[in-house]
Write a protein that binds this ligand. Structure first.
Ligand SMILES: *Cc1c(COP(=O)(O)O)cnc(C)c1O
Length: 223
């Protein structure tokens, strides 16, 4: 996996350390997380709250960083605020406000990315590009959150040119957002994009964090 990222970075003339690998461990056991951790993996992403919290509990002895990357229901924000280090899927103000209020005092702010819908009709999750700036301004005013950047899950396609166009939209949005928020001292350093099937396109378009499940852990059982 690291080799694949290194090659994608070489092709994009980027240093391999510029891309952080997040292991998307949904449906895989805490033991598989331990194996990956023993092999040097530090960042793990979970989509389902209860499953994620169980794995966090089961690996408490390890110095891992946990990312919540799944859809967020507004009545289920508390465990995200209390137990995770990062959240990648903030897509509305109500969720942002709840996460901030529920982040325990004394913990670092929850590191947050805004999920953007870069595929239009084809995807229902994420905020529309036109509404990203308003949500970003809301988040930068919340004490319990620290805005780090943007995340997207474009519709699956084998067409690498299309993959790159979708990721380029996110990169361009991030650039505009950074420009708009620079006076406030906000530094956006995270573009969370790219999965097993499209990480080369994402790295070519500037991904700083790729979220990889299948290519690390194997196929997930169909539910
Ligand atoms: C499952 C998942 C991934 C990883 O997908 P793979 O195709 O298995 O690499 C990445 N991001 C999110 C949000 C996911 O739910």
């Amino acid at each position: 996996m690291r080799e694949r990222i290194a090659q994608a970075c070489a092709a994009a003339h980027r240093p391999p350390v510029s891309v952080r690998l997040l292991a998307a461990s949904k449906t895989f056991s805490a033991d598989r997380v331990r194996e990956a951790a023993a092999a040097g993996q530090h960042d793990f992403g979970e989509n389902y709250l209860q499953e994620g919290v169980e794995k966090i509990d089961a690996t408490r002895d390890l110095p891992l960083t946990w990312h919540f990357i799944g859809p967020i229901q507004s009545n289920k924000t508390r465990p995200i605020a209390e137990r995770f280090d990062w959240v990648h899927s903030v897509d509305r103000e109500k969720i942002a406000r709840r996460l901030s209020e529920q982040r325990p005092a004394g913990q670092d702010p929850l590191q947050a990315c805004i999920e953007v819908n870069v595929s239009g009709e084809a995807s229902k999750s994420g905020v529309a590009p036109a509404n990203v700036l308003a949500l970003a301004k809301c988040i930068t005013g919340l004490p319990g959150l620290r805005l780090r950047g943007l995340m997207a899950i474009p519709e699956p396609t084998d067409d690498m040119a299309l993959q790159r166009r979708r990721f380029a939209v996110l990169r361009e949005l991030q650039r505009e957002l950074q420009e708009a928020l620079a006076q406030e001292g906000v530094v956006l350093d995270t573009l969370s994009m790219g999965m097993s099937a499209d990480l080369e396109a994402a790295v070519a378009e500037g991904a700083t964090m790729v979220r990889v499940g299948t290519a690390i852990f194997g196929e997930r059982a169909k539910t």
